[in-house]
Design a protein around this ligand. Structure first.
Ligand code: ATP
Ligand code: MG
Length: 359
C-alpha cells in the first residue's frame, strides 16, 4: 500500500517590524524539519497584510480575508504594529480581525527556561519554571464594547465594558482542565479578581468550580491576579497550568516570558479547538521597531510556535524534534543578544537547521 504524504497549507502573515525577519527564519526551520521527516510537506503562501498595506490602502485586510484564510490548515503570523499607526488601530485592524471571527478562543502560551539560558530570578533554575498559560481569547476586557461621550471636554466619560458569557467561560475552562490533565502534574491554577469585581469575575469562579467536577483527577487552586504576580516571582515551581481572562492572561504571560529569560523566546497559539477554522501561531513579542532591520531579533519564539503548529497539525514527533534542535542550539550558546549571546538571527537559524538535518 502506498503511503500518502500529508501536505499542509500554511498561510504566512509576516506583517510589521521584525515580523518578516522571524517568519523567514521560522519557515526555514519548518522546511528543514519537513525535509528531515519526509512524511509530510508544507506549502506556504505569503500575505502582505501589514501596516504598510494600511498606510497605502487604508485597510490592513482585503474584504474576503476570512474566506481566504479558511482555505488553509494553519496560519503563521509575525507581528503587527508600527510607530506611526496607533496601536489600537493596528491590533484591531489585523490580529483581532483574524482571531475573533475565526473563533480562536483558546490562546495558549507555554513558558519554560530553555537549556543554556537564565531566568532573572536567582532562585529559579531550569525545570523549576514550566508553565502553560491559557488565555480566554474571544471576549472579556477586549470585547471592544465601550464608547466616549463629550470627547475632549472636561466632562468626558469613557466606558470600557468587559463581556463575560457563561458559554465562553465554560469552554475555556474545559479546555484548560483538559490541558492540565494531559500534563504530568495535573495542576490548574485559575486567576480572577472576584474580590473587587463582583459580576463577571464571580461568574468565572462559579463556572470553573462547576467544570472542575468533570475533572476529579486535576488539582485546582485559585489566585487573585495581584497575588498571582507575587507567586509567579517567589514560587515559580508551585505553578503548572494557569487559566485567566483575556486581559489578566495577557499581562501574566508577558511577566512569564520575562521570568523565563526573554520575551524573544515566548510562543503563542491561537486555537479554535473545534477545528472548524484554522488556528494561528505567532511569537508573543511585538514588532520591536527598536531592533528592526538589525538582524538580531531572536527567532526562538517563532521556532517554538512553529513546533506547536506542527503538533496541532498532527505532526507531534516533528514538533518535538524541532524543539530538541532549538534546545541543543541554545545549550551550545548560540543565542541572540536578548539572551546574553552575540549570534544574529541568521546564525541561530542556520544552527537550528544544521542540528535538525544532523540529528
Ligand atoms: P507591540 O506594541 O506590538 O507589543 P513593541 O514594539 O511594544 O510591540 P515588543 O515587540 O513587545 O515591543 O518588544 C518589547 C521589547 O523587547 C523591545 O525593546 C524589543 O527590542 C524586545 N524584543 C521583542 N521581541 C524580541 C525578539 N524577538 N528578539 C529580541 N528582542 C526582542
Ligand atoms: Mg508591547
Amino acid at each position: 500500500t502506498a503511503e500518502t504524504k500529508s501536505i499542509y497549507k500554511i498561510a504566512s502573515i509576516p506583517a510589521d517590524g521584525i515580523g518578516p525577519e522571524v517568519i523567514e527564519a521560522g519557515i526555514a526551520v519548518l522546511k528543514a524539519i519537513a525535509k528531515k521527516k519526509g512524511n509530510f510537506s508544507l506549502d506556504f503562501t505569503e500575505f502582505d497584510w501589514s501596516s504598510d498595506r494600511y498606510k497605502k490602502t487604508g485597510s490592513y485586510l482585503p474584504d474576503n480575508h476570512l474566506d481566504t484564510l479558511r482555505q488553509f490548515d494553519a496560519i503563521l503570523f509575525g507581528a503587527v504594529g508600527a510607530p506611526d499607526v496607533p496601536d489600537h488601530i493596528s491590533l484591531w485592524g489585523l490580529r483581532l480581525a483574524i482571531c475573533q471571527p475565526l473563533q480562536q478562543y483558546a490562546n495558549v502560551r507555554r513558558t519554560r527556561i530553555l537549556p543554556g539560558t537564565n531566568s532573572p530570578l536567582s532562585n529559579c533554575k531550569q525545570g523549576q519554571l514550566d508553565w502553560v498559560i491559557v488565555r480566554e481569547n474571544s471576549e472579556g476586557e477586549y470585547a471592544g464594547q465601550g464608547g466616549r461621550s463629550h470627547q475632549g471636554y472636561e466632562h468626558e466619560v469613557a466606558t470600557e465594558v468587559s463581556i463575560f458569557t457563561r458559554v465562553a467561560v465554560r469552554r475555556i475552562a474545559r479546555f484548560a482542565f483538559q490541558l492540565a490533565q494531559s500534563r504530568p502534574r495535573k495542576l490548574l491554577t485559575y486567576v480572577t479578581k472576584s474580590n473587587a469585581q463582583r459580576s463577571g469575575m464571580v461568574m468565572w469562579d462559579e463556572v470553573i468550580n462547576e467544570v472542575s467536577k468533570e475533572f476529579p483527577d486535576v488539582t485546582m487552586d485559585h489566585m487573585l491576579v495581584d497575588a498571582m504576580t507575587v507567586r509567579m516571582v517567589l514560587h515559580p515551581e508551585s505553578l503548572d497550568t494557569i487559566v485567566a481572562t483575556n486581559l489578566h492572561a495577557d499581562i501574566l504571560s508577558d511577566l512569564a516570558a520575562a521570568l523565563a529569560g526573554s520575551i524573544g523566546i515566548a510562543p503563542t497559539a491561537n486555537l479554535d479547538p473545534s477545528r472548524k477554522n484554522p488556528s494561528m501561531f505567532e511569537p508573543i513579542h511585538g514588532s520591536a521597531f527598536d531592533i528592526t532591520g538589525m538582524g538580531i531579533a531572536n527567532p526562538v519564539a517563532t521556532f517554538w510556535t512553529a513546533a506547536e503548529m506542527l503538533e496541532w497539525l498532527g505532526e507531534k514527533e516533528a514538533g518535538e524534534d524541532l524543539m530538541k534542535a532549538v534546545e541543543a542550539v541554545c545549550e551550545a550558546g548560540i543565542k541572540t543578544r536578548d539572551l546574553g549571546g552575540s549570534a544574529t538571527t541568521k546564525e541561530v537559524t542556520a544552527a537550528v537547521v544544521a542540528e535538525i538535518l544532523r540529528s
